[in-house]
Design a protein around this ligand. Structure first.
Ligand SMILES: NC(=O)c1ccc[n+]([C@@H]2O[C@H](COP(=O)([O-])OP(=O)(O)OC[C@H]3O[C@@H](n4cnc5c(N)ncnc54)[C@H](O)[C@@H]3O)[C@@H](O)[C@H]2O)c1
Length: 442
């Protein structure tokens, strides 16, 4: 395609040259993502789970021959062969070593990718042990102020861009989940935040420092973990000022993916839900970090909000007023990245007759997360080339606790999220939206 696409209201700049994808946190998810893209580019595997690579979009009417081109035929997306990877971690391991340590991908596949993976080495991280209590990092930046750390990250970014001859960049946080904190004064405005960076405010987390550095430079930023990161007014303000798209929080993978598929269906049929108990066993480094109650609290809040929003008990008291929702994550090393998630759902039907649904999802955490990293990077780059700035709600589809503008309710129902994503892509491609009004489009 490689040309400017315009419709009446939006101009999409072409995806020329190379895209650099920057990842703070280069553990299981990041290495599975990078190795996956390299494997796809070598023809060793398919990018299963990625809409940007495999998804199609229906355009126009349902009569005659249905037109359903690939998404990248509707809007120009970055060519996967022209990407470079970089990032930061508190451990020095290169991407081959880190991928072997993570134990997600088969060693035979990793060995085929050893040369390019070994070349990717993490830069020194911005780290604060108070935010991730279970980890001890050695590969860490030292500076007197948090503002100096932000500037050091910006210097890293400039160097990476020059060394790798990148035309554009995006950043996706794949670092550990930080402890639970709530929005406070220092997060309320950009002025307060920048003062806090100078004064080393304890309420500014490392993930916020990376986010600040990226957004300040106009680099799109997505947050794959449940900690606040860019979900604060100060960084939303900065994103608007620098014309930068942002998205968060928390990749929607195993259990919550299932929840946001199933709950809208049960609600659509006006079935009552009395309780939803979810528990997991997980043995990777993420599981170890989440074994600390302060870090787990961040994840718990992210996971709990989902049902409340989908079921709307205040509007449907007879069906959902007293529903009980519990989420547990148990660190269990033998399973490594192969998480097992159990759900027990107590529902009631006609005349209050009780029924039960059981789910046992033997999933692979990073296998589900890697295509989300890819799509967020590719679509945020598209948003940037389309001059879209601030919170990109159309990417809520990928996120467990979608960031929404202040005063606006986030949408969790995966089908509503998909509809918004698809219509945004139609809009950017200059096509009519599908709205189900009238025979032409329904
Ligand atoms: N895998 C999934 O299905 C999934 C789903 C939703 C969210 N997440 C989130 O994605 C993140 C990554 O998950 P993972 O399984 O790759 O975990 P991981 O522990 O394997 O990797 C995280 C990496 O971040 C590094 N790190 C921690 N603090 C850092 C900092 N300040 N700067 C740079 N690096 C830092 C750690 O050293 C580690 O290598 C976690 O926050 C996790 O909760 C994962």
């Amino acid at each position: 395609m490689a040309k400017k696409q315009t419709n009446n209201t939006v101009t999409v700049e072409p995806a020329k040259g190379k895209l650099g994808i920057l990842l703070p946190g280069m553990g299981a998810v990041a290495t599975t993502f990078i190795a996956g893209v390299l494997a796809v580019n070598k023809g060793l595997a398919q990018p299963i789970g990625s809409l940007s690579q495999m998804g199609r979009l229906r355009l126009g009417k349902r009569t005659g021959k249905v037109n359903k081109p690939l998404i990248n035929e509707v809007v120009e997306l970055q060519d996967l062969k022209k990407v470079a990877f970089g990032g930061w971690d508190i451990f020095k391991d290169n991407m081959y070593e880190a991928a072997v340590h993570a134990g997600v991908l088969d060693i035979n596949l990793l060995n085929k990718l050893k040369a390019p993976l070994s070349k990717i080495k993490p830069m020194k991280a911005v780290f604060d042990k108070n935010y991730v209590k279970k980890l001890n990092g050695t590969h860490v930046k030292k500076s007197k102020t948090k503002m100096a750390l932000a500037k050091a990250v910006m210097n890293d970014i400039k160097k990476f861009k020059a060394d790798n001859k990148c035309d554009r960049l995006v950043m996706v946080w794949c670092g550990s989940t930080e402890i639970y904190i709530e929005e406070s004064r220092v997060h309320k405005s950009l002025a307060a935040f920048e003062k806090g960076l100078q004064n080393n405010s304890k309420d500014i987390a490392p993930s916020m420092i990376y986010a600040y550095a990226a957004i300040k430079m106009g680099i799109p930023y997505a947050n794959g973990a449940p900690n606040l990161s860019c979900d604060i007014p100060a960084l939303v303000e900065l994103a608007k000022m620098t014309n930068t798209p942002i998205a968060g929080k928390d990749f929607k993978t195993g259990q919550t993916l299932m929840k946001t598929i199933l709950a809208p269906g049960l609600k659509a049929r006006a079935l009552a839900i009395d309780g939803w108990f979810s528990t997991n066993i997980l043995g990777n480094r993420d599981g170890e970090v989440l074994d600390d109650p302060d870090n787990f609290k961040t994840k718990e809040v992210s996971k709990l909000g989902v049902l409340e929003q989908i079921l709307e008990p205040e509007l449907y008291p007879e069906l959902y007023k007293d529903f009980y929702h519990k989420v547990r994550i148990n660190y269990y090393p033998p399973r490594g990245d192969n998480k097992e998630g159990w759900d027990n759902i107590d529902i009631s039907g006609w005349l209050n007759y009780p029924m039960q649904i059981k789910i046992d999802f033997l999933c692979r955490d990073s296998i589900l997360a890697a295509p989300i990293v890819l799509d967020l990077a590719i679509f945020l780059d598209l948003a940037k080339r389309s001059s879209m700035n601030g919170i990109q709600e159309w990417l809520s589809f990928y996120l467990k606790s979608p960031q929404a503008p202040q005063g606006r309710m986030p949408i969790h129902d995966i089908f509503k999220q998909l509809h918004k994503l698809e219509n945004t892509l139609r809009y950017l491609g200059g096509h009519d939206l599908i709205h189900h009004l009238g025979l032409d489009y329904e």
